[in-house]
Write a protein that binds this ligand. Structure first.
Ligand code: OGA
Ligand code: NI
Length: 296
């Protein structure tokens, strides 16, 4: 009995990366979702490809005559989707590339080294793991991650990216406040006392992407999430409860409203429900910069 228990536990520690590298022809049973929750890849049932998702040029925010146009676009996107992509966001492509390179290097480390950072203590400042919570998940997700509390910031490559998203988040909160008819700095103080966690995710190529997901449907609990993905995989739920694939736009970042903005806007803005699909041939990396206001 002890033996079985132990091997089960060890089994649930196996990262998605290890499974991919070992060349498993199928996903282990613990990754198989009930059929109603599977992503229906390649079929049009429940998914839409004809919805145009908003892409906003943030350079307009810095041009006095054009700022109100960007604010209007943000207003529309937040009301309809709680989601938009941003271009000309001011984060240099070299900072983005360095962060993605650092993530690639980390997930390529030998298993033993990554295991040194495994912890189920969510307050651990740097924590490696797999799925969502490998010790309690009933169904597992095809995802490995490392989470960083980004205060205090380390000056490494990911630190630079964290700093850049910290500033971008501030600018976005200003624009979102204005778009609600509030003072530009309405959320400034709260934001300064809030927190930022960077979740670096790795979704290795998966032998059976149609039966599993990289991350289950959820909304983010905080104020805003700024998301960088290395390729397509994110889907968001639209107001008709259809899943919409988010197109990959080189150099763009994804902005998602979290529950705190839904609440503070009295529900005028929606926190977006989203999930991550995985891919048969491509490994996807992502950086989710999760910003939140302090709890009251
Ligand atoms: C998250 C999230 C999406 C992704 O961390 O909350 O939704 O692409 N991430 O990793
Ligand atoms: Ni999320």
């Amino acid at each position: 009995m002890e033996e079985t228990k132990k091997s089960l536990l060890d089994d649930s520690f196996t990262s998605a990366m290890t499974l991919t590298n070992s060349g498993v022809p199928q996903v282990p049973d613990r990754y198989v979702l009930p059929s109603a929750q599977r992503p229906a890849l390649g079929s049009s049932i429940g998914t839409r490809d004809d919805t145009t998702l908003p892409v906003i040029d943030l350079s307009l925010l810095h041009q006095p005559l054009l700022r109100s146009r960007a604010i209007h676009e943000i207003n529309m996107a937040c009301k309809e989707f709680g989601f938009f992509q941003v271009i000309n966001h001011g984060i240099p492509s070299s900072v983005v590339k360095d962060a993605l390179d650092a993530a690639t290097q980390f997930f390529d480390l030998p298993v033993e080294e990554k295991m040194l950072l495994v912890s189920s203590n969510v307050h651990q400042p740097v924590r490696y793991g797999t799925s969502i919570n490998h010790s309690t998940d009933k169904v597992h997700y095809w995802r490995d991650f490392i989470k960083h509390y980004s205060h205090p910031l380390s000056k490494d490559k990911v630190g630079k990216y964290a700093e850049a998203t910290h500033l971008l988040n501030k600018q976005l909160l200003e624009a979102i406040s204005e778009s609600l008819g509030l003072e530009k700095n309405y959320l400034q103080e709260q934001n300064e006392e809030g927190s930022q966690v960077i979740a670096v995710n790795c979704y290795p190529s998966c032998p059976e992407p149609e039966v599993t997901l990289g991350m289950p449907p959820h909304s983010d609990f905080g104020s805003l999430t700024i998301l960088l993905q290395s390729s397509e995989g994110l889907q968001i739920m639209d107001s008709n409860k259809n899943w919409v694939c988010v197109p990959y736009i080189e150099g763009a970042l994804i902005v998602q409203l979290g529950d705190q903005v839904e609440v503070m806007s009295n529900g005028i803005y929606k926190s977006v429900i989203h999930r991550v699909t995985v891919n048969k041939h491509v490994k996807m990396l992502s950086f989710a910069s999760l910003h939140s206001l302090p709890r009251r």
